[in-house]
Structure formats: C-alpha cells, structure tokens
Design a binder for this molecule. Structure first.
Ligand SMILES: Cc1cc2nc3c(=O)[nH]c(=O)nc-3n(C[C@H](O)[C@H](O)[C@H](O)COP(=O)(O)OP(=O)(O)OC[C@H]3O[C@@H](n4cnc5c(N)ncnc54)[C@H](O)[C@@H]3O)c2cc1C
Length: 540
C-alpha cells in the first residue's frame, strides 16, 4: 500500500473508531497493529459504553442534558479535569455514537437500570441510561478475521445485560446458547470489536498486524509518518494528513508503572498488549503529559494458574464476590477498611492509603473472607456453588485457623467478623455504609431486600479467604490533547500532525470513572474526534 492520509496506531475501540471517522471524510486510512491480534483490551472488555445524553437513552425516554453531565463531573473534580476536553467529550459523545450506529459499526441499547457510580452528586442518573450494552453480533461475516480478534477462543455468547454483570439472571436456555454458539454470535466487547472490524474491512481498511513502530517520522516539526519494522524489514510509512496514537495504556510496562502510577498497583486485568509503546513515542516527540498517576483502578483476583496465551499472569476484576452477602474484606491487621461494595475505581483510594506511623500500606495485601453460606449461593471467580474450590482459595474450619493460614491478625479478624455480623443482622453498616447506595445493590443478591442485598453474616464454617490485589482495567494517563484530539507539546501548542484517543492519552474525563462504560465512552468519542480532525489536517 502506498502512503496514506491518516495513519492510526492501535486496533482497539479508539483506533478503529478513529480509522472509520477519518475514512468517512474521504481520507485514505492505514490501521497499524503491533500484535498479531485485533482489539486489545477492548476485545476482552465488557464493552459497556458510557455517554451522557446519548441518542439511545433519548429514544428510551430517559431524560438527560449537557448541563447535568457537566454538573456531575464538576462535583467529582479534584483538580484534574480540563474543561475543554471534558466538554468535547460531553458534546461530541452522542454524535460519535450516532455516526458509528449509522454506519453499522455499533448496535447498543441502555443497560437496564445500571446506575451511575456517584449517586450523591448532582446530575447523576440513579435509573441508568448513560451506560450502553451491545446486541449480539455474528462473527460469520468476518471470515478469517474472526479468529484474529484478541481472546475470541473464549467466545461470549451472551449479552452483558443477560448476565449478573449487567444486572441479568445469567440464565439463558441451553438451546438458545447452542444456537448462538452454532451461529457464532457474541456479546460484550467481542461484539463491539467485531462490528468495528467489519466496518473497517468493508471500507478496505485492512489492519496491518504484527508491525513494530520504531519512531515517528518528523519533518520541519510535523509528524509525517512512522518508521516500522516487520517481517519485510525496516521501512518508512508516510501519512499526508496525520498520525493517530491509539495504542492503549502502559500498565504492562513495569518501569512506566513504577515511574508514574500512584501505588502500589499490580495485576492488571487487561491483556499484555498495553505496554506503553505509544507513551514512549509521545514522550520522545515532546508531548505534555497528564493524568499520569491515575488508572482505571479495579481490585483483581490473580489465580496463579490463570495465564494469557503469551504466558503472562492473567487477573480478573473482583466485582460480584465483594458485593453479595456473606463476604467482607480485611487487611493484614484483620480490619475492614472500606465499603466492599463501592465502585471498583474509587476503591483504589482505600487500597492506596499510607500509614506514616508504620511507613507502610496497611491495606495491602488484603483478603476477601467468606463463609459456607456464601459458598452455597454465590460463585468465586468461575467456580460455582457445589464445584470443588481451586487451590488458590484458602479454606479453614475456623476463623482462627484461616488467620493462621493467611497471616491475618487472628484476634482482630475474629473481632472484626463479630462486629460485621452485628451490622449484617441489623442490615445497617455504620462503619462503611455498605448497602446505602443504589450502586451497592446492583451487584448484590436481588432476591433479598434493603441493605441485606449486600450484607449477610459470615458465621458458618468452613471459612474461606482469597488475596485481593489492587489492579486496573487500564491506565488513563498519557499525552494531553486539546478538544480536537490534537496532542500537545511541552509548550501547550499542538504537535503538528499528531492526534490521540483512548487509553493512550490523558483521558478527557481525568481519572473520573463516571459510570459503567466510563472508559470506552471517552475512547470512542475521542477516536471519532481524532479521526475527523486528522483527516481535515486540523493542525496543519
Ligand atoms: C476485563 C475488562 C473489562 C472491561 N470492561 C469495560 C467496560 O465494560 N466498559 C468500559 O468502558 N471499559 C471497560 N474496560 C476498560 C476498557 O476495555 C479499556 O479502557 C479500553 O478498551 C481501551 O481502549 P483503547 O482502544 O484505548 O485500547 P486497546 O483496546 O487496548 O487497544 C489498543 C491497541 O493498540 C495496540 N498497540 C499497542 N502498542 C502498539 C504500537 N506500538 N503500535 C500499534 N499498535 C499498538 C494494542 O495491541 C491494542 O490492540 C474493561 C477492561 C478489562 C480488562
């Protein structure tokens, strides 16, 4: 392929959206992917997209407005929000979704009743509507490309809204699952990436896989392409209008993580494709960085035997297990330290607390402790009630024995559990207010009522414990952009020819995880803005 107008680095949700938006303006587009698979973190994600005032909620009669969305963010601002990019996200998000739906690259509906994460703030939507879920998509139309979607060996033949993750029962008749498997229908991030990929392929945007980018080409200050190395050697690929950085986060690079992130933080839940190569290239180009200490935090479980195909430790977000009744979290001193049912991103604040007296992080390591009532009713990771427990779950006849096996302070653990049981019986948690927010109820046991949806005693042995890590779904810091997705240099002026979107850039919503889909909403929106801006040579 000869030179293009717009060159996009990275084939996740941000990159493919950027490619489609650029193509829509008539630009010739090249999509370059570092690994031999398409989709990165987007492909293994839940795929939920959070966009305020979106067309789908309007169609469903759920009211929202720009002003409410802005009020919500401003009430969550700790000084890291920049008005221009935040407003660009809020203003352009609905248009980006409309564009993608219009060309068949997206098919979403509001996730029923999924509340925003901070319901005590003005502009929050307790009844949901801003979080969107994908309809099923059949991989049939993708031909050989279907097998190139990251993680597709583990197909997800359900929509998120059918599963407990999306507030559903998790029950789909076996015949229907069989039909979906036979017709290769999938939901979650797989449906999102598959639709985006199909739209790209239909337009002749065929991803170049397995391409290593060595550096940007720069002429008279302007980014004019990239220097690549692949099976065919080292070459220059030029882009007449612009280069878009959509390479994902840096959580899999230990040095970058150690250098920048507030911590301790390890065991990311994303696949090992987010290695910060785009960040390194942006730094070399003189980009001004933003949001670097922050991430899309999430407590994770990391079973030692769970591995990515390339061998790295695999971790999964801990969500339902810490929210349903009959479980609590304690630190090594045997004390609770948070509302276990709080949203995953905000929880990092509790895990990262530092004690100056002992000069240590008292809440790491932490354990989820649960009892036999829990075991009879709820899953732990993929192990269902009645199935044998994996060996990474510690089991003991008594709390004292559990403490001895895990290294938790035994007397404190017993006292903490006794106190917690009192709160559970009263269905009221004066210590951490677990169960007071509608959000705490979403992942609870909805067959129960009031705060009992999430509160239940831990008193029937044997008892169990698993270590909980503070991981992340991805990072959200990187080069700063302006409202037109133009990457800024140290002096605050756009670097000519360079644009960015997704986890590769300083997120337009700062570190605020506003609601389910709070990372993919900005990623798609800025992908859309970047694609159009690059094609129009918006910073010539
Ligand atoms: C288990 C899990 C569930 C999640 N669920 C949700 C959810 O439901 N909603 C939500 O909003 N967020 C969710 N997230 C987070 C979300 O998936 C990410 O924030 C989002 O996918 C990032 O998109 P992206 O396009 O920026 O990056 P990615 O999807 O990671 O794509 C980046 C691509 O760039 C490629 N790349 C890397 N380096 C280079 C290079 N040098 N040159 C070329 N290509 C390169 C990568 O291989 C990858 O394909 C979830 C994350 C996880 C781990």
């Amino acid at each position: 392929m000869e030179d293009c107008e717009v060159l996009v680095l990275g084939s996740g949700a941000a990159g493919m959206t950027a490619a489609l938006a650029a193509h829509d303006t008539g630009a010739k587009v090249r999509l370059v992917e570092r690994f031999d698979r398409v989709g990165g973190t987007s492909a293994v994600s839940g795929g939920v997209i959070w966009v305020p005032n979106n067309p789908q909620m309007r169609a469903a009669g759920l009211p929202d407005s720009r002003e409410e969305a802005l009020a919500y963010f401003r009430a969550l601002d700790h000084g890291d929000l920049r008005s221009d990019v935040l407003e660009a996200f809020i203003d352009m998000g609905p248009e980006a979704l409309g564009f993608l739906e219009g060309i068949g690259a997206l098919k979403v509906v509001p996730l029923p009743g999924y509340p925003d994460y901070y319901l005590d703030r003005p502009g929050a939507k307790p009844q949901g509507g801003r979080a969107l879920d994908h309809d099923l998509y059949s991989l049939g139309g993708l031909g050989d490309w279907a097998a190139k979607i990251y993680g597709i060996e583990e197909p997800k033949p359900m929509m998120l809204r059918e599963t407990p993750l999306g507030g559903g029962s998790g029950v789909v008749p076996p015949d229907e699952i069989g039909r979906r498997m036979a017709s290769r229908e999938c939901g979650f991030g797989q449906a999102m990436v598959a639709r985006l990929l199909k739209a790209c392929l239909d337009r002749g945007i065929v991803p170049d896989l397995g391409v290593e980018t060595l550096r940007f080409l720069r002429e008279e200050g302007r980014i004019t392409g990239i220097v690549v190395r692949d099976g065919a050697g080292t070459r220059e690929w030029r882009a007449r209008s612009g280069v878009i950085l959509a390479t994902g986060g840096f959580e899999w690079d230990a040095d970058l993580r150690q250098t920048f992130l507030r911590g301790p933080a390890n065991h990311p839940a994303s696949p090992p494709t987010a290695r910060g190569e785009g960040l390194a290239m942006a730094m070399a180009a003189g980009a001004k960085l933003g949001n670097m200490t922050s991430a899309w935090w999430a407590p994770t479980l990391a079973p030692p035997s769970s591995r990515w195909p390339s061998g790295e430790q695999r971790a999964s977000p801990l969500l339902i297990e810490r929210t349903v009744p009959h479980s609590l979290m304690v630190n090594r001193a045997g004390r609770r330290f948070c509302n276990e049912a709080a949203n995953y991103s905000a929880l990092a604040g509790a895990f990262h607390a530092f004690d100056p007296q002992s000069y240590s992080y008292p809440n790491q390591p932490a354990w989820l402790v649960f009892d036999s009532q829990y075991r009879a009713r709820y899953p732990i990771e993929t192990t269902m009630p009645g199935q044998p427990l994996p060996d990474w779950v510690t089991e003991a006849a008594s709390l004292g024995e559990l403490a001895a096996k895990t290294g938790i302070d035994p007397a404190a653990l017993t006292a903490t559990v006794e106190r917690f049981n009192g709160h559970a019986r009263a269905a009221s948690d004066p210590d951490f207010q677990r169960g007071t927010s509608a959000y705490d109820h979403f992942y609870g046991d909805r067959s129960r009522h009031g705060a009992a949806v999430t509160l239940g005693t831990v008193e029937v042995g044997p008892f169990f414990a698993v270590e909980v890590h503070m991981g992340m779904l991805g990072t959200n810091g990187g080069p700063q952009t302006d409202a037109r997705a133009r990457i800024l240099g140290h002096d605050g002026a756009p670097i000519p020819g360079l644009y960015g979107a997704g986890n590769a850039i300083a997120c337009p919503t700062g570190g605020v995880y506003a609601g389910a889909g709070g990372t993919l909403g900005p990623a798609l929106t800025f992908g859309y803005i970047a694609g159009r801006a690059a094609a129009h040579r918006d910073n010539a």
